[in-house]
Design a binder for this molecule. Structure first.
Ligand SMILES: Cc1cc2nc3c(=O)[nH]c(=O)nc-3n(C[C@H](O)[C@H](O)[C@H](O)COP(=O)(O)O)c2cc1C
Length: 184
């Protein structure tokens, strides 16, 4: 079974994280960390709490508690996804700041050359945001913006969420039936 770290930070679009979690639950070992602002956005956008990320094979970690297994390079995660990824968290990771568990786990993924998928949501981007995204790409992360396409003719918000989550699952090498491959 694959082992993934799922981090939720304080950007809009927590629905992407919930859909990803539901798609992976039972199919992978999941380690979930929600930042303080991520907790607020979960409540604001979906009326949910971090405790809703639970189930068999799921471990929740406190973002304030660094002294945990996933903070070490000896924890061999197959991938880490930060979704949604706030510009604040991305800026701190790009700068090598590792004060929270999310920042440290991401730092570990980069130093160990493991897969780190970042799903930012911000508009517009400032020069600082763009520089940080470039630095993270150059350090080995994959930037997969939360920008749903429209060529599959989405009918609902869920369809648009699925578009992005399907892309994340593809990058995790996990089978998905959320979105069929494009066929003209
Ligand atoms: C209602 C609300 C919506 C926000 N949306 C975004 C967003 O879409 N993208 C973003 O980068 N920051 C957004 N922010 C700002 C972040 O929450 C803020 O920078 C926070 O410090 C990030 O903390 P974290 O990275 O530890 O989760 C939003 C804040 C609020 C209160």
């Amino acid at each position: 079974m694959k082992r993934f770290i799922l981090a939720i930070t304080g950007a809009s679009g927590v629905a992407y994280a919930v859909r990803l979690f539901d798609s992976l639950k039972g199919r992978a070992e999941l380690h979930v960390v929600v930042s303080e602002r991520g907790t607020e956005l979960l409540q604001l956008e979906l009326g949910m709490t971090a405790a809703d990320f639970s189930g068999e094979g799921v471990t929740r970690h406190k973002n304030s508690k660094i002294n945990t297994a996933i903070a070490s390079g000896s924890f061999r995660a197959d991938a880490m996804v930060i979704v949604p990824a706030s510009m604040g968290t991305l800026g701190r990771i790009a700068a090598g700041v590792s004060e929270t568990l999310i920042e440290r786990a991401a730092d570990v993924m980069l130093k160990e050359k493991r897969k780190l998928i970042l799903v930012p949501r911000e508009a517009p981007f400032s020069t600082i945001h763009l520089k940080n995204l470039l630095a993270l790409d150059q350090a080995g992360a994959l930037v997969l913006p939360a920008s749903p396409g429209f060529y599959q003719k989405p009918q609902t918000v869920d369809d648009m969420v699925d578009f992005v989550v399907a892309r994340i699952l593809d990058q995790l090498d996990m089978d998905q039936d959320l979105m069929k491959p494009y066929s003209p």
